[in-house]
Structures are given as structure tokens and as C-alpha cells.
Design a binder for this molecule. Sequence first.
Ligand SMILES: Nc1ncnc2c1ncn2[C@@H]1O[C@H](COP(=O)(O)OP(=O)(O)OP(=O)(O)O)[C@@H](O)[C@H]1O
Ligand SMILES: Nc1nc2c(ncn2[C@@H]2O[C@H](COP(=O)(O)O)[C@@H](O)[C@H]2O)c(=O)[nH]1
Length: 199
Amino acid sequence: MAAATSARLTVLSGPSGVGKGTVVAAVRQRHPDVWVSVSVTTRRPRVGEVDGVHYHFVEDAEFDRLIATDGLLEWAEYAGNRYGTPVAPVAAQLATGRPALLEIELQGARQVRARAQEAQLVFLAPPSWGELVSRLAGRGSEPAAVQERRLAIAQAELVSSGEFDVVVVNDDVARAADELVGLLTAPSPSLCPGGSAHE
Ligand SMILES: Nc1ncnc2c1ncn2[C@@H]1O[C@H](COP(=O)(O)OP(=O)(O)OP(=O)(O)O)[C@@H](O)[C@H]1O
Ligand SMILES: Nc1nc2c(ncn2[C@@H]2O[C@H](COP(=O)(O)O)[C@@H](O)[C@H]2O)c(=O)[nH]1
């Protein structure tokens, strides 16, 4: 992907199971140079997840240390585990003048907006509630009780989609990935004459 005219921070959020990871993987297939933050989490790794690639898997004490030392751009407790974005790699990426993408949940997206008003917030929505339920169940990575917990959170997240700058419907992975690529490469409105970050 060519360098953008501004170092733009984009947040991709949306309910568990909507397909955030799948769409981001499709974006990276098209543009391997898209930079995506690797979060820290206290969650245990799923089968196939690699430390340092999918997440930095840490113990509670290390997560506490990162909070205490202002090492996180944002963090949240979600369904019994903590997740956070290491601030230094994001700052370093933006300093190169190239875009950075965060894949995080709603509370974290709100914290990013509070700290970086110029950030672009994108909400990935399911085509329907039934499709979301079926995707989460079909992934098979969580027991039924955890799926229920995530779906309860998803209901509140869907209600909050209006807080985001753009809503992308993940009806088709390739189409949604193309839309996200367009958003990542769009110039920042704050650099457009007469533009503002939140029009
Ligand atoms: N457009 C789509 N159509 C059909 N299935 C999809 C689509 N997008 C993703 N999926 C499937 O939905 C399931 C959930 O996708 P994924 O793990 O990417 O969701 P997620 O939003 O990253 O979830 P989480 O927030 O829990 O990490 C996967 O099995 C994936 O293959
Ligand atoms: N606030 C943050 N949320 C994050 C971060 N990294 C991931 N997430 C979100 O957590 C849920 C659950 O993820 P899972 O891998 O257990 O399915 C999901 O919505 C992720 O997008 C983060 O750094 N901060």
C-alpha cells in the first residue's frame, strides 16, 4: 500500500464473531504491508494462536505493569479477560507517516476517540443477528456459555454503532475488505481544505 498523505489511525470494531479478524486477514492478503497492531491479552491462547503474532499473551501481573507504566494506548476488560493496545508500536508506525490499524472492542474504541480525535472509527456489522449467532457458533472456539456472554455484549455493541464514523456490513469478506482498504488509504479529512475529522 502506498504511503498515505497523513499518518492515519483507524480502529476496526464490531461484535465478537462478526468477522473482524477474517476481514483484516483478507486486507493483508491484498496489501501485506498494511500494519496491524498486536494487542496484549490475559486470555489463554486458542488452538493455532501464536504468541507475538495473534496476541502477546501475558499474565495479569504483566498487564497491571503495562497499565501502571502508561504502556497502553487503551485497554478494556471483555468477557472476563483484559485486552490492550501497546502504545509504543502504534506511535512508531504513525511517525513513519503510514497508516495503523487497530482491531479492538467498543470500550477501547471509545478510549482511542478520546485520546486521538483524528482517528477513524469503523464499525463492522453483521448482515443480521441470526448470521452473527451462526458465525460465532460456527467458529467453535468458545464453549456455549462464553458464546452467550459474547452475544450479550454484542447486543450493546450493535446499539452503539452510531458512535462510529463508518459502518461496513460484512456480508461478503472480499467486498468488506475492499471497503476497508478504501478507508485505510483515504486521506485524512483533517488535511482537506475546510475539512474536519468528524463531518
Ligand atoms: N462474510 C462472512 N461470511 C460468512 N462467514 C464469515 C464472514 N466473515 C467471517 N466469517 C466467519 O465468521 C467466524 C468469525 O469470524 P472472526 O473470527 O474473523 O470474527 P471476529 O469478529 O474477529 O471475532 P472476535 O472478535 O471474537 O475475535 C469465522 O468462522 C469466519 O470464518
Ligand atoms: N479494547 C481492546 N479490545 C481488543 C484488543 N484486542 C482485541 N480486542 C477485542 O477483544 C474482543 C475479544 O477478542 P478475542 O480474540 O478473545 O475473540 C474482540 O472484540 C477483539 O476485537 C485490544 O487491544 N483492546
